[in-house]
Write a protein that binds this ligand. Structure first.
Ligand code: NAD
Ligand code: DAU
Length: 352
């Protein structure tokens, strides 16, 4: 019998797949159940290296379906939940907010209700771990950092739905004594990220010699973290985090979008044997994102001091690894960018 049975939601997505791989390989005595609806963002190819391992099971299902979620908890008697399933792209939340309300808020409440019901007699060794984002804190000016006490001020339908789910998770801790922990992380990058997000979109376009769309003047700032460093932080918080607490996770690695894209162009010119400055010519400034947050920056000293976490990779090293992965896995990209992706791209970049 497994030492623990853990439900990971959204495990076929970008960050979820790295978390599932880490847990399945590192904890052979745990059973990892990956529940994913396989939306456009979910891709089982992300996990083809571990799919046959005995301590892993995939279940296709929707967290918005409360009966299904209850039946699943009844069947598997989970000891822990690591909840990553979400609609995650800000631009899509601007064109279609309702999906974000359903999955990110209603879906989270369904999981909380099931955990509360099935854990009511024994909470000591249980944990509901909710994965959230730094975007709940709003937008920074040129100075300052988000700390765990920063007031929530979400400004997009995506971040408002994530903020709402964070509040609900905390409410279940205070009202029902549900053992919970929350982490709020900055922008992730790395292998397997869907090419709607800035870095994989730019890598794909540079490779194909297509224009690289930069919103506004490219002056917005994000704090980038390699996805495996986030997965390691999740492992640490799952095992050592204090119940009821929040931990911020970030790379201490701020870049304006335009500077980041220039570095990416330089790396790709070298790897693709292109002239110096060649890919940079693809940079195209386009209409800004509505309500575009200027700057995110995380102060992660709490998780560093209390749990001993630190990011392991320098940004250039992480970007190099990421570009190598995308160049090597062009079939993965081709499978994703054929079909519906073209329609999304048209609507997002040519019709708004
Ligand atoms: P993603 O979009 O790559 O993956 C989301 C996964 O959730 C997909 O596999 C999708 O199929 C699944 N899913 C969506 N709706 C579902 C539903 N109703 N039922 C079951 N499964 C469903 O997202 P990601 O970038 O890996 O983000 C994962 C989590 O981490 C999200 O909660 C996000 O808010 C949070 N986060 C992301 C970042 C980032 O930079 N990507 C940073 C901080 C926090
Ligand atoms: O901060 C954490 C968040 O990071 C996560 O919660 C989200 O799930 C994740 O999508 C990410 O949100 P961003 O909006 O910051 O990521 P995105 O890759 O969409 O955009 C990064 C920056 O690049 C942002 O300032 C917008 C800009 N951008 C993005 C795209 C897709 C462009 O200039 N052009 C583009 O085509």
């Amino acid at each position: 019998m497994a030492e623990k049975t853990i439900l990971v939601t959204g495990g076929a997505g970008f960050i979820g797949s790295h978390v599932v791989r880490l847990f399945v390989n590192k904890y052979p005595n745990y059973k990892i159940v990956n529940l994913d609806k396989l939306t456009y963002a979910g891709n089982l190819q992300n996990l083809d290296d571990i799919e046959t391992l005995a301590n892993y099971e995939f279940i296709k299902g929707d967290i918005v379906d409360d009966e299904f979620v209850f039946d699943l908890f009844d069947k598997y008697k989970f000891d822990g939940v690591i909840h990553l399933a979400a609609e995650s792209h800000v631009d899509r939340s601007i064109s279609n907010p309702s999906e974000f309300i359903k999955t990110n808020i209603v879906g989270t409440v369904n999981l909380l209700n099931a955990a509360r019901t099935f854990w009511k007699d024994e909470i000591d060794n249980k944990l509901f771990y909710h994965i959230s984002t730094d975007e709940v804190y709003g937008s920074l000016g040129e100075e300052g950092f988000f700390v765990e006490e920063t007031s929530y001020s979400p400004r997009s339908p995506y971040s408002a739905s994530k903020a709402s789910s964070d509040h609900l998770v905390r409410a279940y801790y205070h009202t029902f004594n549900l053992p919970v922990v929350i982490t709020n992380c900055s922008n992730n990058y790395g292998p397997n990220q869907f090419p709607e997000k800035l870095i994989p979109l730019a890598i794909n376009n540079i490779r194909e010699k297509k224009s690289i769309p930069i919103y506004g003047k490219g002056e917005n700032i994000r704090d980038w973290l390699f996805v495996e460093d986030h997965a390691n932080a999740i492992d640490l918080v799952f095992h050592k985090g204090k119940k009821g607490e929040t931990y911020n996770i970030g790379g201490n690695n701020e870049w304006t979008n335009i500077d980041l894209i220039r570095v990416l162009c330089k790396i790709m010119n070298e790897k693709l044997g292109r002239e110096e400055g060649e890919s940079e010519q693809l940079i195209t400034f386009v209409k800004d994102r509505a309500g575009h947050d200027l700057r995110y920056a995380i102060d992660s000293s709490k998780i560093q001091n209390e749990l001993g976490w630190n990011p392991s990779l320098q940004f250039e090293e992480g970007l190099n690894k990421t570009v190598d992965w995308y160049l090597k896995n062009s079939l993965w990209m081709k499978n994703i960018t054929s079909g519906n992706y073209q329609k999304y791209y048209e609507e997002q970049y040519y019709k708004r």
